[in-house]
Design a protein. Structure first.
Length: 147
């Protein structure tokens, strides 16, 4: 099976997408806590300590969501690198970060990208050196001799 890197890249993208999606879930939870704090209809939070605790919880949820989103974006980018079979080290690091966002897909991505290292080496894209193009000689447009 010579598509281990490709399947690992796809799994890394899927796990990274779950990480990005979790940002919205955590933002919803932070909004939920803020709604409880500012609720005037109920007397649920009687003391300022309870309000501070809910405010701290909403801040923690936003921080965790941002962390998951960052790991998810890195996993998606590294999944694309694994699909293109370039930069094996970054592809493996992104698969490891995919493990943090969605464990089942992430662990399979780590295994498949690690097993697909020979695919990265065999299909390495050659480095193209930039070459300077010399300007073409200027052709003078003098009129022909009329002799």
């Amino acid at each position: 099976m010579n598509n281990r890197a490709k399947v690992g890249g796809i799994l890394s993208i899927v796990a990274g997408s779950f990480g990005i999606l979790s940002l919205f879930i955590f933002i919803f939870m932070a909004y939920f806590f803020q709604t409880i704090i500012t609720s005037t209809d109920s007397n649920v939070l009687a003391t300022p300590e309870e309000q501070a605790a809910f405010n701290m919880m909403s801040n923690i949820y936003i921080g965790v969501g941002a962390t998951y989103a960052t790991l998810g974006i890195f996993a998606v980018v590294s999944g694309v690198l694994a699909l293109r079979r370039i930069y094996w080290g970054l592809a493996l690091a992104g698969a490891i970060s995919a493990t943090m966002t969605f464990f089942p897909c992430g662990i399979a991505a780590v295994i498949l990208v690690a097993m697909g290292k020979p695919e990265f080496d065999s299909e390495a894209t050659p480095v193209v050196e930039p070459t300077l193009v010399s300007p073409s000689p200027v052709i003078s447009s003098s009129p022909p001799d009329a002799s």
